[in-house]
Ligand binder design. Structure first.
Ligand SMILES: Nc1ncnc2c1ncn2[C@@H]1O[C@H](COP(=O)(O)OP(=O)(O)OP(=O)(O)O)[C@@H](O)[C@H]1O
Ligand SMILES: [Zn+2]
Length: 480
């Protein structure tokens, strides 16, 4: 099987061949740190985390993700809060780390910050000026897009078409440019703004140049995969290509990958549209793994609509998968299983062929998840047989293989099931409390308050107690 990746720049799926055998160099554009991350950001970073985990089954992956800690929006927030740009950045970097850890997103190998990359940025701008791709103008430096003949090759935009559609509005900054689509590499310092000294005077870098400088300094002139959200194709990634390829005369990346949006009512979830739900708010209502599942149920390039029904359905789905993942912890001893660690790929063998086939097809997690569900549902039905009849339909060996395959797949997709949480809860409810809740449920059902009845059943389920309603109207219960 060969891994195939949809490459935005060629607009087709291609076989993945890394530059250096056995190594993948991957750069992902990170967040601008001036606010809490929302579900759209969660999607982006869950997706790149999943891809990184899958690649790591075959290659050594070097994963770099930048932090944009200089930006107009951060400055504005600092002014509003009467504090410094650095203080705002630190606050939201810490929040980012917390949110991503909840979603079980692995740390990058490196998180370069714009403020820590200034010498490399200045060097790169100087090279572009020396090669006549950039010019300084009253303390600013601009990239001359017309000098780069393949400008637009990633996004498919042509300068002539863009010019025809432009408004013709000219503000002060526009006057300093030679051509309307030239973009800033360096911005002269305004009063009360942080600045760094440079050959063009005091100022700060533009946004696009930081990524070109970081890719080069952390990974090299050409990398394997460069990734980000669909909105970054233009202008951000187009401009990165123009900068890096003009400076080094080599492709910046061999594969360009872009994740689809999380939408609300057909519109991109975004800070500027104020239609966002933060990750920290979501995790107070939903299990972070249900959020991860909600994201991975779609193939990464497809849009996802965020609705309450969809996230509720993902919560139910996660319960099934979690029970499957915890099958060994719950029943392994009873079935005589010895090694109940998450298995290595070699131990799982043939069982994962279908899963891998889906993942090799441009990381089709939608199909991959269907294989996960198949196994989780099978284990759930065996769980019921064990609880009710004290025996399983399939042999212990077959179940062990199923559980291993499920555990392997879910580890690649980055799911974690918290056994400690469950054990504590199970110990924390006494038989008398269970009996009393069952009695309350029977009464609720008699009063036709089925919602309350279901609530009690779910509450007990979360505590590891399964209720089994009998034909005679009584209820039996079982601890997981
Ligand atoms: N709704 C979304 N769905 C998927 N990815 C998103 C969404 N919103 C932002 N992203 C991605 O998150 C990453 C970080 O984005 P960044 O910090 O620049 O936020 P942003 O695009 O300014 O967010 P916003 O649009 O909310 O202001 C980018 O790769 C971006 O494409
Ligand atoms: Zn970038």
């Amino acid at each position: 099987m060969t891994l195939r990746i949809y490459n935005t720049i060629t607009r087709r799926k291609e076989d993945f061949i890394p530059i250096e055998t056995g190594i993948v160099k991957m750069y992902v554009c990170g967040v601008t740190v001036y606010n809490y991350c929302h579900l759209g950001h969660a999607r982006a970073y869950v997706v790149w985390d999943m891809i990184r985990r899958y690649l790591a089954t075959k290659y050594q992956v070097k994963y770099v993700q930048n932090i944009t800690d200089i930006d107009d929006k951060i400055l504005k927030k600092a002014q509003e809060n009467n504090t410094t740009m650095q203080a705002i950045a630190e606050q939201y970097i810490a929040a980012y780390d917390e949110d991503m850890a909840k979603l079980n997103i692995a740390q990058a190998d490196d998180y370069p910050r714009a403020t820590e990359t200034i010498p490399e940025i200045i060097d790169l701008i100087q090279q572009l000026i020396d090669r006549d791709y950039a010019y300084s103008s009253r303390g600013d430096v601009y990239y001359a897009v017309q000098k780069f003949p393949s400008y637009g090759k990633l996004s498919g935009r042509k300068l002539e078409d863009m010019q025809a559609g432009a408004s013709g509005r000219v503000d002060e900054q526009e006057e300093q440019k030679r051509y309307p689509f030239d973009f800033a590499l360096w911005k002269s310092a305004k009063p009360n703004e942080p600045f760094w000294s440079s050959p063009w005077g005091n100022g700060r870098p533009g946004w696009h140049i930081e990524c070109s400088a970081m890719v080069r300094s952390r990974l090299g002139e050409t990398i394997d995969i460069h990734a980000g959200g669909t909105d970054l194709q233009f202008p951000h990634h187009e401009n990165e290509i123009a900068q890096s390829e003009a400076a080094y005369a080599k492709p910046l990346a061999n594969y360009w990958m872009h994740n689809g949006f999380v939408n609300i009512d057909g519109e991109k979830m975004s800070k500027s549209l104020n239609n966002f739900t933060t990750i920290r708010d979501l995790v107070t209502h939903f299990d972070p793994m249900a959020i991860r599942l909600f994201i991975l149920q779609a193939q990464y390039r497809q849009p996802i609509d965020f609705t309450e029904e969809a996230i509720n359905a993902a919560t139910k789905g996660w319960e099934t998968i979690r029970d499957g993942m915890l099958f060994a912890a719950d029943f392994g001893a009873k079935l005589g299983w010895e090694n109940i660690e998450i298995p290595a790929r070699s131990d799982v063998g043939e069982a994962i062929a279908c899963f891998e086939e889906a993942m090799e097809d441009d990381f089709n997690t939608s199909v991959a998840m269907s294989h996960v569900f198949e196994l989780a549902k099978k284990l759930r039905s065996e769980r019921n047989s064990l609880s009710h009849a004290g025996k399983t339909a399939a042999s212990s060996e077959v179940l062990f293989q199923d559980w291993q395959a499920l555990s392997y797949m879910t580890s690649i997709l980055g799911f974690v099931a918290d056994i400690s949480d469950r054990q504590v809860k199970v110990e924390n409810i006494s038989d008398t409390e269970i009996e009393s809740l069952i009695q309350q449920r029977i009464e609720a059902k008699k009063a036709k308050n089925y919602q309350e009845g279901d609530r009690i059943r779910d509450e007990l389920k979360a505590l590891g107690i399964t209720l089994v309603d009998q034909k005679d109207g009584t209820t039996r219960w079982l601890r997981a």
